[in-house]
Design a protein around this ligand. Sequence first.
Ligand code: ATP
Length: 328
Amino acid sequence: MSGVDSGFIELDGVEKVFDVRRKTGFMKRAVRQVRAVDAISFRVERGEMVGYIGPNGAGKSTTIKMLTGILTPSAGRLRVAGIDPSRERKRLAHRIGVVFGQRTTLWWDLPLLDSYRLMHRMYRIPDARYRENLDRLVELLDLGALLDVPVRQLSLGQRMRGDIVAALLHDPEVLYLDEPTIGLDVVSKSKVREFLRELNAERGTTVLLTTHDLQDIEQLCKRVMVIDHGCLMYDGPLAGLHEAGESERTLVVDLERELPPIDAPAPARVVRVDGPRQWLAFPAGESAAPLVARIAAEYPLVDLSVREPDIEAVIATMYGEQAERAIS
Ligand SMILES: Nc1ncnc2c1ncn2[C@@H]1O[C@H](COP(=O)(O)OP(=O)(O)OP(=O)(O)O)[C@@H](O)[C@H]1O
C-alpha cells in the first residue's frame, strides 16, 4: 500500500446499520434500524497509538468489529494495511491482534502455555519466531511463573496479560485493545500500560485503544477520537478534548490539620472541605505541578492525589456546549 495521504487504517464514510426486529403482535414484526456507526472517516498512520472513546453504546465495538472483518460495513470504504477486512478476513488476521478486556481468547480449562501452543499452530507461526516472541513477551509481562496454570485460575490482571501475549505471538502490525485495563488494580494497570508504551516505541506497533479510563489515554495516546451516537465528535490531542469539554480534575489534599480553604491561584479553587482534607478543582488540560508546588510550599501537607474527570462527564459537557451553540 502506498500513496501520500493513505493511512495505515483508513475509514471513509463508514456506516453500520443494524436491522432490529421486534414482535409487535401475533405474527407481526416491526423492523427498526439502528445506525451504530454513522459516516465515520479517519486515518491512523503506521505506528500511531490512538484512543477511541465514547459512552456506552456509542459505536466503538462495532467499529472495531468492522476493522477486524467480523462485521461488514453497510456503506463506505474501510482498509487496514491496504486490506478490505470483511473480504479478506483471514489474510488480515495474520497482521492484526485483538484484545477484548471483558472476554478472553484463551482456552479456559487449559494452562496458558497450551493456549499459546494452539495459537502457534493456528497462525502457522515459524517455530523460531514463536519461541523468540513467547520468551520476550512472557518476560516483559512477567508471566513466567504462570505458564502452567489453567486460565480459569488466573486473576483478572494475570489473565489480561495472558491475553495480550496471545494477541502478539504472531507479530501483528496493529493491535486493537478493547478496555484492556478494565477491572485491574493499580499495579496491573501500570504494568499493562508500561508494556504497551514499550511495544509501540520499540516495535512501532499501531495501537487503537478503546477505554473508559482517561488515564489510559493520558499515559499512552497523543491522539484521541471521541465517538457518540455513531458519529465522530472529536479527533485531536487529549488536552483539546479537555478544553472542548471544559473538564476539570480534582486535587485531593490532606493537610496536617483543619485549616481555612486553601488560597489557590485561579482558575483552581477549593470545592469542598472536610476536616483536614480539601478538594480543589482545576482545568484538566493543565498540569497539576505548579498547584502542587505552591500548596507544598505554603501549607503543612501530608498527602495528595489527583482524580480524573470521567469520559461521560467530559462528553456530556461537549454535547451541552454544541447544543447551546446550535440554539443561539
Ligand atoms: N448485532 C447488533 N444488532 C443490533 N444492534 C446492535 C448490534 N450490535 C450493536 N448494536 C447497537 O449499536 C449501537 C452501538 O453499539 P456498540 O456495541 O458498538 O457500542 P460501544 O460504543 O462499543 O458500547 P460499550 O461501551 O457499551 O461497549 C448500540 O445502540 C447497540 O445496541
